[in-house]
Each structure stands twice: as structure tokens, then as C-alpha cells.
Design a protein around this ligand. Structure first.
Ligand SMILES: Cc1cc2nc3c(=O)[nH]c(=O)nc-3n(C[C@H](O)[C@H](O)[C@H](O)COP(=O)(O)OP(=O)(O)OC[C@H]3O[C@@H](n4cnc5c(N)ncnc54)[C@H](O)[C@@H]3O)c2cc1C
Length: 284
């Protein structure tokens, strides 16, 4: 019997500047690098006399609103806000945190309601959230979004999806259109009785969904092929949100506090977040 579960690797797109500027967040090593990088930006911002450079160093962008992106963003922001107490000239609200997501929702695995709730909590934490928005370029750290927004940053975390391990290309395992190992609901590789697969690299039918083909689902319940995901993004505390219209029909600005997870250290933020696109009216 053989079990094949090599997981996934970060998926990159042909975005100008991504190869030079993007920081992945998949391995422990990348997480440690990112932590050190964010703290070094605080060091740099605290010592520079150039206001433009300071603004750039205190701007942090995460691209991709999946589990990895949302966790990276919320945890890093919380860590950085805590760290500002060691800097005389940096206040938590001097930092700008931005999440850009191409789809109209984040974390599709947890369903629309939890996704909306999480966006609300991120904005309450002072994080700007751009939905239905793509990064057009990031050359030299100059970020251009497809809605025309532009800003400079030294920190671009790229968590816009994963793809199955490239190791699978050197096997004869059957794979679906996205390169994942084609499995039955019992995790058996299709046509290979002694081979099993699971996790990010596997395409497993979700029998709770309709499927026109016998024994197959229309689509897996999650991009990674799992039928259920950990409820780690739920929160134990909920801080009421406040909003005020900016005058446009599609934009609401937020001021409040809180994060997607319950952190004892989270403090109030006065920076404004942005809620864009079709979800504006659904922040209940
Ligand atoms: C920051 C972050 C937060 C996340 N949060 C959540 C969450 O809250 N909820 C959720 O459901 N999911 C979450 N995920 C996704 C979750 O971690 C993955 O879906 C899960 O780890 C996939 O498990 P896996 O066993 O398929 O792959 P992995 O956990 O990646 O394990 C694959 C292993 O195979 C090894 N390997 C690869 N190729 C080879 C080879 N050729 N030979 C030998 N070994 C090899 C790799 O080194 C790795 O150790 C998160 C992911 C990240 C990055």
C-alpha cells in the first residue's frame, strides 16, 4: 500500500514585481522570516527621518484572503501592534495593514457567513480589506491595484493560493485539471486500489454535494480537497462594529477593534478599513 500526501506549494502569478517582492507564507522558515522582516520595518521606521520611507515601511500588504493570508495578516498585525510599545515614535495606528482578495469573499471554505464575519472583524481591527480586487503590479514595492489604488510598501505577503506539489508531475498518478490526485471518497486513487492520497494534493469528491457523475461530486468542498476544515478562525470574543457612510454606495469605512481570533493583547485601532464590492450591505 502507498499513501501519497506531499501537500502543496505556493502558486505564483505573472504579476510584475512579484518574484522580487513577494514573500510566501507556507513554511515555518517563511513565517520566521516574515516576523523578523516586520520587526525590522519597525526598526527602520523608528530611525528614518524620511516621512515617505517611514510610511512605506509601516505599510503592510497581504495578497490572498485564504486561511494563510488571513492568519498571517491578523497575527502579524497583532504582533506589530504589541511591539510598538517598545518604540517611542511609533504608535499602533501609524501602521497601515491591507488585505487584497480577488474574489468577493474571503476564506470560502468556512462559508459566506463566516467569511463576512471575518472581514468585519479584520476591519474592526483597522485592516483595510479590498474584495473583488486584484494586484496589477508591485514593481519596486509600488503596488497598483486594478481599481486604481496605488501605494508603496516594503512588505508584500503573497498567499494567493497553492498548487499541488510539483513532485506529482514525476508520477503516473491520475490527476484532475488542477493537478491534484484524482481520488474516490475513500481517498483511494482512482484506478489504483493500493494507492491512497489526501490533503492539499488530493481531489476528493464531497458526497454531500450533488454530482452528475456516479460516485463523484460536482466539486470538492475545499480547494485542498478536504471535506471539512478546522474551525480555527472562529472567535471567542466579538467587538461590535461601527460604520459611517463615506457617501458612496459601495464603500463603508470602519473604526473599531478586534481580530479574527481572540487575542488577549488586541487593542483598539483608530485607522479606517475599507469594505468594497458587492458585500457592502451584508455585514450583519
Ligand atoms: C499559514 C497557514 C494557515 C493555515 N490555516 C488553516 C486553517 O486554519 N484551516 C485549514 O483547514 N487549513 C489551514 N491551512 C492549510 C493547511 O495547513 C493545509 O491544508 C494542510 O497542512 C495540508 O496538509 P497536507 O498533509 O496535505 O500537506 P502538508 O501539511 O504541506 O504536508 C506535506 C508534507 O509532505 C512533505 N513532502 C513534500 N514533498 C515531498 C517529497 N517529495 N518527499 C517527502 N516528503 C515530501 C512536505 O515537506 C510536508 O511536510 C493553513 C495553511 C497555512 C500555510
Amino acid at each position: 500500500m502507498l499513501v501519497v500526501a506531499p501537500g502543496s506549494v505556493a502558486r505564483t502569478l505573472p504579476v510584475p514585481g512579484l518574484a522580487e517582492r513577494g514573500i510566501a507564507f507556507k513554511s515555518v522558515g517563511e513565517a520566521i522570516f516574515l516576523r523578523n522582516h516586520v520587526l525590522s520595518q519597525l526598526d527602520g521606521a523608528a530611525t528614518t527621518v524620511d516621512p515617505e520611507l517611514r510610511r512605506r515601511m509601516l505599510t503592510f500588504l497581504v495578497v490572498g484572503g485564504g486561511y494563510a493570508g488571513v492568519e498571517a495578516l491578523a497575527e502579524l498585525q497583532d504582533m506589530a501592534r504589541y511591539a510598538t510599545r517598545y518604540y517611542e515614535n511609533i504608535a499602533p495606528d501609524d501602521m497601515r495593514w491591507v488585505l487584497v482578495e480577488a474574489a468577493g469573499r474571503i476564506m470560502p471554505e468556512v462559508g459566506p457567513r463566516m467569511g463576512r464575519y471575518t472581514v468585519q472583524r479584520l476591519m474592526e481591527a483597522g485592516i483595510e480589506v479590498f474584495l473583488d480586487t486584484r494586484v496589477k503590479s508591485m514593481e519596486g514595492g509600488h503596488v497598483v491595484l486594478d481599481d486604481g489604488t496605488e501605494f508603496d510598501t516594503e512588505t508584500i505577503v503573497w498567499t494567493a493560493g497553492v498548487k499541488p506539489s510539483p513532485m506529482l508531475e514525476n508520477t503516473d498518478l491520475p490527476r484532475d485539471a488542477r493537478g491534484r490526485v484524482d481520488c474516490t471518497a475513500e481517498l483511494q486513487v482512482v484506478g489504483m486500489p493500493d494507492v491512497f492520497s489526501a490533503g492539499d494534493c488530493a481531489s476528493v469528491p464531497d458526497l454531500s454535494k450533488d454530482d452528475p457523475r456516479p460516485g463523484r461530486a460536482r466539486r470538492p468542498s475545499t480547494p485542498c480537497g478536504r471535506r471539512r476544515c478546522w474551525p480555527t478562525t472562529s472567535s471567542r470574543t466579538c467587538v461590535a462594529s461601527r460604520s459611517r457612510s463615506t457617501g458612496t454606495a459601495t464603500r463603508v469605512r470602519w473604526r473599531a477593534s478586534g481580530c479574527t481570533r481572540a487575542w488577549p493583547r488586541s487593542t483598539a485601532s483608530s485607522s479606517a478599513g475599507r469594505w468594497r464590492g458587492s458585500c457592502t450591505a451584508r455585514t450583519t
